[in-house]
Design a protein around this ligand. Structure first.
Ligand code: FES
Length: 153
């Protein structure tokens, strides 16, 4: 019994040390803001029967989805999902928060660079994560507009 407790304690210390190393490496590459957004994303999730929905896959193979609840042209609520990297999670979360409350036109003007600024920077090799978030939101917006137009015809 004492042996199994000792093994468990050693394993816990190993996992804790590993986590500290991962955290140290992440802090060397990413801003504190990015780590915070990726660790505690408050807009992640799926939405039942969204008014608008967009899904894209980046060249890296990562997928992201945006769900919008609209009141006319105003974005009332946003949720997103991704199977991508930490930066994608952070980019999706920042964009979701930025566009809530805006009109589709206003939100459609947001550039990937604004997400990068909001995250206090993003390594160059992850700039496409911000682009993927923006283009996926735009897919949702254009699909909604296309549907509105089709229904109006
Ligand atoms: Fe693929 Fe971030 S590495 S979207």
């Amino acid at each position: 019994m004492a042996d199994s407790r000792k093994a468990t304690d050693e394993f816990d210390r190993f996992v804790e040390g590993l986590q500290q190393e991962v955290d140290r490496q992440a802090r060397a590459i990413y801003s504190a803001r990015l780590i915070e957004e990726a660790s505690y994303p408050d807009h992640v999730g799926r939405m039942k029967a969204p008014d608008a929905y967009g899904r894209s896959m980046g060249w890296c193979g990562d997928m992201i989805e945006f769900y919008l609840r609209l009141d006319g042209e105003r974005i009332e609520e946003v949720r997103f999902m991704t199977d991508g990297c930490g930066p994608t999670l952070a980019c999706g979360n920042v964009l979701a928060r930025m566009i809530e409350g805006l009109t589709l036109d206003q939100a459609g003007d947001i550039l990937p660079e604004q997400i990068v600024d909001a995250l206090d920077g993003l390594p160059e090799e992850h700039f496409h994560c911000a682009e993927l978030a923006v283009s996926t939101f735009q897919n949702a917006m254009f699909s909604w507009r296309f549907k509105q137009q089709a229904e109006g015809d």
